[in-house]
Design a protein around this ligand. Sequence first.
Ligand SMILES: [Zn+2]
Length: 207
Amino acid sequence: MSILNCPQCGQLDKVQKVSALFSQGTQHTSYETPSAAVQIKDTTFYGTQERNAISRTALSQKLMPPSKPDIQKPKKNLWVTKSEGYIGASISFVIGIGLAIGGIYVSVIVNDINSLWKWCGTIGFLLIIVVPITTIKQFIDVAKGKESKEHYEVEMNWYNERISEYEHAQSRWDSAYYCGRCDGVFSLGSTKLTPINEFYKFLSKYD
Ligand SMILES: [Zn+2]
């Protein structure tokens, strides 16, 4: 008995490769349909339009290959961890307030027009408006776990798992065989036949 024999009936005559059966049972046809008539002056013009169709046998439909997951690779945003994000946001907040207080002090109390602190006051005033808004937003993002290194890693792991599941199913599909007598699928060397209605379960298995 070769490894190509069906593990259930032990026969070879009804065994075929799944990928071959699938393409045999799939037909791409094109046909023509009349298109809308066009009236130019007194003459009516009729045209045709080419259309494409795919038809599959019932078996071929059951033996469809796994479809590629429709997911996007996560984007790298900030390269900071959650705690680094908190520290960065806190420092910019403190600097902004410090500059603003210094600036207010110099311009209102000391009133020294030529002092560098005057500039600090201007920058500080801007920072005290801008910084809290961006800081609050950053705090929220960091707290939610968005844009952190950890968040990126979690998303990346999830993405890689989906891709490797798909690749595994694809390689199972590529090397699967179907027995027409028993209406089931098996991989080479396997001792168990899986009924056709559990084909997608079969694709995700490791045996
Ligand atoms: Zn069989």
